[in-house]
Structure formats: structure tokens, C-alpha cells
Write a protein of this length. Sequence first.
Length: 202
Amino acid sequence: MTEAEFKTQFYETLTQRRSIRKFKPDPIARETLDRILMAGMQAPSGKNRQNWRFFVLEGKRRDEYLKLSQKSWLGIKDILEKRLKPSLYQFTERFFFTLGDAPVVILCYSHNDAEEKYLTSIGSVYMAVENINLAAIVEGLGCCTMGAPLEIKNEVDTFLNMSQYPEYQRGELELLCAVVLGVPDHSPPKAPRQLEGRVTYI
Ligand SMILES: Cc1cc2nc3c(=O)[nH]c(=O)nc-3n(C[C@H](O)[C@H](O)[C@H](O)COP(=O)(O)O)c2cc1C
């Protein structure tokens, strides 16, 4: 591949990325998941603390997590009812109830500690989450990053038995988001980007 081709393909991959909310139930090979998570962990992080922690749910545990996803819906449904047109609202409700049949859910935590500013810790984990989003595309997969689990943060912690970890006992492990992942079973339109006022050259 020439440099020009690489450049074109790279920017196309970024433009192509969109949130996927409907998946084929096909399982994802462990090697593929490993590659995606390794891509996540290539991200930069404040003071190189690599403070991301990923908990991967598949099979029975993924099925059990659906109950929590359904509960998280209750926390945000009123806001979405006002913001979304009825057909999209119904689609989103179904997504929360089924996670679009995604076979994999990655719960992403930040290890926050006194050596780093809070926002830097959080930002570092989100850098890794974006790498995961992009690696999913390269693998022919799709994903959706979800902040909704924050509605039921404590219940997710309990579900994962986080209290077994000393960092959690010290109050340093914090849930940031979920990434649901699988083989796409729809091709949604790209949400248009609003560019106005987003960039100011000084
Ligand atoms: C931090 C974060 C939280 C999000 N939370 C949710 C969520 O809870 N449920 C959902 O369906 N989508 C969620 N999304 C996906 C956004 O809705 C989506 O990225 C946005 O609408 C733009 O669409 P695109 O990803 O297809 O470009 C989240 C995205 C981010 C970055």
C-alpha cells in the first residue's frame, strides 16, 4: 500500500465509524477480542499510567447483564422520549433491552489515584475506548459506546464483584462506560457532524 493509499484509508475508517446498535449473534473469536483490546491499550495515557481496566462479558454473564441494561434504560428514557422521534425512541428502547444481540460487552473502568488529575485519568481511558471503536471496524465488527451503565454504577460494580479488588476498596476504580460489540446487522446512516463553532484558530 502506498503512503497516499494508507492516508486515504485511515481517514475513511474514521469517517466510516458509526455506532452500531444491531448485531448478528455470532460469537467473536478470543484472538479477535485480544487484538481489539490490545489496540485499546496502545492509546496514550496521562503519565503513562495505562489506567484503563476492561471487564469482558460473553455468554452467560453477558445474558445476565441484560437485566442491568434494562434497568439503566429507566434512568434515561424520559430524556430520550423528549429528544427522539417515536420510531427512534422505540428502536433505542429495544436496543437497551437486547443490547442489539451483541455477543460481547466490555465494561470500561478507570483506575483513578492521587498521582493523576481526575479528568486526565478519565480522558486516558476514553482514548483507549476510541481505539477499540476503530479496531472493531478494522476487524469487520461494529460497536456502540454506552454511558448508560453509569445510571446503575453501583449495581454494575456489584455484578462484577468489584469489591474483591484492593483498588476498588480504596475507592479508585470507577466505571466509565460499556462498549457493546459484534458483527453489524444494520448499516445506519452517519450522524451528520456539526462543524460550526467547534474549532477556533487563535
Ligand atoms: C461517552 C459516550 C456515551 C454514549 N452513550 C450511549 C448510550 O448510552 N446509548 C447509546 O445508544 N449510544 C450512546 N453513545 C453513542 C452516541 O449516541 C453516538 O456516538 C452519537 O450519536 C454519534 O453517532 P455515531 O457514533 O454513529 O457517529 C455514546 C457515545 C459516547 C461517546
